[in-house]
Design a protein around this ligand. Sequence first.
Ligand code: AMP
Length: 280
Amino acid sequence: MDVLETKQAMLDKSLGWRKDGLRIGFVPTMGALHEGHLELIREARRRADRVVVSIFVNPTQFDRASDLDTYPRTFEADRKSAASAGADAIFLPSPAEVYPEGYQTYVDVEEVTQTLCGATRPGHFRGVATVVLKLFNMVRPDVACFGWKDAQQCILVSRMVEDLNVPVEIVGVEIVREPDGLAMSSRNLNLTPEHRVIAPQLQKGLRALADAAERGERDAATLLQLARSLIEAQPEFRIDYLEMVSRRTLQPIRTLEPGNTLVAVAAFLGDVRLIDNVRL
Ligand code: AMP
């Protein structure tokens, strides 16, 4: 498996594959790969002849310097697990390679970035949209896989690709969870052992909400209160947001719309911010 550190080397590799008529799949990540990332790589493998995984801890999407500093970096393990899941190349650019001196162009996706993580993490999605478009231009994939774990990110990338006529197919991949239900995340490595034990309560709250919806409850306030009370049964949780929104606009809705509803939560345990969601 190749490890490419410059955009020129990445582009040369991609253009060579394209000349041979090969279809390129792409999985953008920030590294510290876990089973969730590997599932994305396997999905890309099923849809393409060659798979590129990028590992880039993108400074422009971090709103807290401490989060950027403590973000786990585990390259040697990542290289092995990416290869075993079927990656053909890792694109590993430095921050200066992606944002050279004089850099000044950013992508803003407007409506769908105003709520949820966009409301509490200023500039985060501007950094995400910008780096994803830049990576698409450096990797030139035919298809790119994103996890539903970051539902708002999936939705904004699809919006951007459609709005800016980017010739890439976007595929959403289901959330991969630990056996106790906690959504896998690189940030889970930063949880204290005590917080790791109570972290699955986040998903228990969402599951109870989904069960109540299944039984016919449609009122957003009632459903959200049910989830909130279960999450807050663990007083260590500080909920950042817990909302029911339209999947098309990501604006809040007062009544569940089957097939168009996203319930998303973000909560802190200590300094670690966890997110999870359910689509109904
Ligand atoms: P990250 O490295 O956190 O930026 O994530 C890279 C990609 O992996 C994103 O598309 C995430 O949505 C996806 N991802 C992260 N965790 C999971 C998970 N538990 N299940 C599915 N996809 C995930």
